[in-house]
Design a protein. Structure first.
Lengths: 117, 111
């Protein structure tokens, strides 16, 4: 396995259009995260899946954002009616299941850079 | 609650040491440290889980003071390859492994 892969790597879209990104996590990882990163900032948490269940979604996310992980494997992030403020790097990360006493590292993908014009 | 990192930027000469601090106003379950080079994905360095825990990898180590909700990353005898932006991420108790990252500390090591 070569790690977390994201597709596409770059996306330019016109304001108002819908976009969908895909993330393929490391195969045995049941946890999957979506983050957004803008220039000069750290990754900002968007949402988190454990298997196919979406356990948490950031309050910062508007209703235009939706994420799915239908079979507990790959995940998609859709942004409807894109706005210029959505321009950012969208990062996906995955990790092994942790336990109450042990957290596990997250492996990040290379990200999808979205530019809304 | 985003953790606060300091300093925001630092320039070192090869061989010098640096400390990057991370603090939170909330009780922490764990602290995660990542390094990101320009145009690349963040790469895991270490996780600290217990109060007073210290970890190390090569010449990079970290401490976590659970009572003070603070963590520090120590870079010893810096190398050119250490250049990048260092992020601390914090996880609150009951946070479902949701990690909130600081804005990062940009480290540049020069010859």
């Amino acid at each position: 396995d070569t790690g977390v892969s994201q597709d596409p790597r770059h996306k330019i879209t016109k304001r108002g259009q819908n976009v969908t990104f895909r993330c393929d996590p490391i195969s045995e990882h049941n946890r999957l995260y979506w983050y957004r990163q803008t220039l000069g900032q750290g990754p900002e948490f968007l949402t988190y899946f454990q298997n196919e269940a979406q356990l948490e979604k950031s309050r910062l996310l508007s209703d235009r954002f939706s994420a799915e992980r239908p079979k507990g494997s790959f995940s998609t992030l859709e942004i409807q009616r894109t706005e210029q403020g959505d321009s950012a790097m969208y990062l996906c990360a995955s990790s092994l299941p942790g336990t109450e006493r042990m957290n596990t590292e997250a492996f990040f993908g290379q990200g999808t850079r979205l530019t809304v014009v | 609650q985003q953790p606060v990192q300091s300093p925001q930027a630092v320039i070192l000469r090869e061989g010098e040491d640096a400390v990057i601090n991370c603090s939170s106003s909330k009780a922490l379950y764990s602290v995660h440290w990542y390094r990101q080079k320009h145009g690349e994905a963040p790469v895991f360095l270490m996780i600290l889980l217990k109060g007073g825990e210290q970890k190390g990898h090569d010449k990079i180590s970290a401490s976590f003071n659970e009572k003070k909700q603070q963590s520090s990353l120590y870079l010893t005898a810096s190398q050119l390859s250490y250049s990048g932006t260092y992020f601390c991420g914090t996880e609150m108790w009951g946070g479902y492994q949701k990690v909130t990252f600081g804005i990062g500390t940009k480290l540049q090591v020069i010859p």
